[in-house]
Design a protein around this ligand. Structure first.
Ligand code: PLP
Length: 257
């Protein structure tokens, strides 16, 4: 099985393309990649970002897609509107599930997406998405409204579903409740909760990338959207529960878990 990640490089190896390929590998899925940007980064922060050109991103996507039978695709850090439009151009005709992780800001506060690109993310990328995996701050940016309760999450999810996203995984980790509950809202009207006990740890760098990559790997293996999300939640829970304790800052999630 082959999956494709379209995302940024994290030189620290905990997030981005590196997290995605490690996660694919752990799921027995062959990982291909198209890089949107390089970051100079470690567990303490993002020091520099260099985006590729839309043309070079297009060349990578063409090279991968003309040779490999890709069964699922994910997007992570997309940086700017031009790169988003390039991705949409290449993936919109493919009959392959697309997981959009709407990466905007790193845990340290560094911007991984230009502010002006949010509209393109919403109007160009989201209508193509099989699954979208926003955390609370990302869902707030995408919908323009504050989220402090389940009712707010539900309203935001419905706003995203109305754009054409098939399934929204609203990640509740930022709500600081006892359990780390995510809520899944499907286009069919089905709603279900993914609940795991909250783990008090700083070792969470790359959690979002790893979760969305695990969903993508499961979809590449032919799982249903529901099953892929449930399996990915189990994987990310273990990846956080057994930290590696490497680096001096927010350590990476444990992809071997
Ligand atoms: N760097 C890259 C390339 C990413 O894609 C991401 C998140 O998606 C990050 C850094 C930030 O990771 P975190 O906020 O988990 O530290």
């Amino acid at each position: 099985m082959i999956a494709l990640t379209i995302a940024g490089s994290d030189s620290g190896g905990g997030a981005g393309i590196q997290a995605d390929i490690k996660t694919f590998q752990e799921h027995g899925v062959f990982g291909t990649s198209a890089l949107t940007a390089l970051t100079a980064q470690n567990t303490c922060g993002v020091h520099d970002v260099m985006a590729v050109t839309a043309q070079f991103l297009g060349n990578q996507l063409r090279a991968v897609l003309e040779d490999f039978s890709v069964k699922a695709i994910k997007t992570g850090m997309l940086v700017n509107a031009a790169l988003m439009k390039e991705v949409a151009h290449h993936v919109q005709t493919l009959q392959v599930p697309l997981v959009v992780d709407p990466v905007m800001i790193a845990k340290g506060g560094e911007h991984l997406m230009e502010d002006e690109a949010v509209e393109t993310l919403r109007n160009v990328m989201l209508p193509l998405a099989t699954v979208c995996t926003p955390n609370i701050p990302e869902a707030e940016r995408l919908t323009g409204k504050k989220i402090t309760s389940y009712a707010d999450m539900k309203r935001a999810a419905h706003q995203l579903l109305s754009l054409g996203v098939q399934c929204v995984v609203m990640k509740g980790g930022h709500l600081h409740e006892k359990a780390a509950t995510d809520y899944v809202f499907m286009q069919s009207g089905e709603v279900f909760a993914l609940e795991t006990p909250r783990i008090d740890t700083k070792q969470t760098h790359g959690t979002g990338c790893t979760f969305s990559a695990a969903v993508t790997a499961q979809l590449a293996k032919g799982k249903t959207v529901r099953q892929a999300i449930i399996e990915a939640k189990k994987y990310i829970h273990l990846a956080i529960a057994y930290p590696l304790h490497i680096g001096h800052g927010y350590g990476p999630t444990n992809h071997f878990a």
